[in-house]
Design a binder for this molecule. Sequence first.
Ligand SMILES: Nc1ncnc2c1ncn2[C@@H]1O[C@H](COP(=O)(O)OP(=O)(O)OP(=O)(O)O)[C@@H](O)[C@H]1O
Length: 261
Amino acid sequence: MSLLSVNDLTRNFGGLTAVSRANLHVDEGELVGLIGPNGAGKTTLFNVLTGVYPPSSGTIELNVDGTTTSIGGKRPNAICRAGVGRTFQNIRLFKDLTVLDNVRIAMQQNIPYSLLAAFTHAGTFGGKEQQIRDESEQLLAVMGLADKADELSRNLSYGDQRHLEIARALAVRPKLLLLDEPAAGMNPNETRDLTDLISQLRRDFGLTVVLIEHDMSLVMRICERIYVLDHGSIISEGTPEHVRNDPLVIEAYLGEEAPNA
Ligand SMILES: Nc1ncnc2c1ncn2[C@@H]1O[C@H](COP(=O)(O)OP(=O)(O)OP(=O)(O)O)[C@@H](O)[C@H]1O
């Protein structure tokens, strides 16, 4: 059974259908790309997957360790606890907090209230705090931000802010990581480094990854499978080779950067 099953998913905004009867299946450990021209519905699909918007119709199921959870229409925190972490197209950090605190807050957010209360009452919260701090520092090291832990996140370079976003997404210990344009605004060298890092994170953390990306060199290099959205509908699905030669995809991209990088 797939880790993520999206069945007949539709999301309307008034008279506009942003996602139309989409079907996606992502197996555990896969690295899958989601591409499509501007306004195709990619971010809306992520927003529905993560509870920012409920689906208008259709179902979303997450199968983690043999347990299937229906996450369609659930609140973002519940979906996060079910095992889904994400980054945003527009960086969303606590700009006036330190790099370390940004990760610590994300990690704490994933501790259920009852467990938090149990720690407090049992007097072991201090120990838990230390564990959160240690794990946050480890994550920063993985993301190459160890020496910037005490800096305010607003002072980080753009590329480092994108890395911190990923560290925050990893802090919730996701099984499924959704990356929304992780390379946006990066130069070709930074993009190459990020491409390697995403592959490494998948291996080291045992992640399943779905990424939206306009940088076709990144998508074609690391994704095993790609879904192509156009006007809210999935028009193609398959290997990078298949997708880049699909006439429907080429037509959808006419006038935009063709997916052949
Ligand atoms: N909250 C909203 N209210 C109304 N319309 C919306 C809303 N969010 C998205 N849309 C519309 O849904 C359509 C799909 O937008 P979406 O941002 O999902 O596309 P995208 O594929 O992520 O585009 P891009 O590559 O430019 O980021 C667009 O027409 C957009 O204007």
